[in-house]
Unconditional design. Structure first.
Length: 154
């Protein structure tokens, strides 16, 4: 993990992650430690970690099909009021060439018919701005912005 504070005050973290849930978890813990050490803690009500974890877990599960050994490059740029995140992986492309719409799941069903998943892209889209995806040769790039202020629209 590499960290640097730029002249304009932006705190940049870059790390390379293996395509395993364990490495995703360890990386998120490491990022939180570095933020605490740097004094760059987003407000507790900010959902940045939830969004980043959801995207990383989607990459592990779908782009790499739960196979270890896949490379994920994560870059986080913490500004005063915004976090810009870029994810790069070398796994399978998004099926339709773009991130899913992320419609909310229907919860008005019996308990046994409740969905086990499908909330991720709805959550990601509702907590972010400027979501962009592209496939470049053999890699996927997803970028997004997360507001870090207390007036987050959820």
């Amino acid at each position: 993990m590499h960290a640097e504070r730029l002249e304009d005050g932006v705190f940049v973290l870059t790390c390379e992650i293996d395509s395993t849930p364990d490495d995703v978890s360890k990386t998120l813990h490491g990022i939180n430690r570095m933020l605490a050490d740097e004094g760059t803690q987003p407000p507790p009500e900010c959902s940045w970690e939830l969004v980043v974890a959801e995207v990383l877990n989607n990459i592990v599960e779908h782009a790499y099909q739960d196979r270890p050994g896949g490379r994920i490059i994560l870059t986080l740029r913490f500004k005063t009021d915004r976090l810009t995140v870029e994810f790069k992986d070398f796994g399978r492309p998004m099926p339709s060439g773009s991130p899913p719409d992320g419609a909310p799941a229907d919860l008005e069903v019996s308990t046994e018919d409740l969905p086990e998943g499908g909330f991720g892209w709805f959550l990601i889209r509702s907590l972010t701005e400027d979501l962009a995806y592209c496939r470049e040769k053999d890699s996927n790039r997803l970028s997004l912005t997360i507001p870090l202020t207390s007036d987050i629209q959820a």
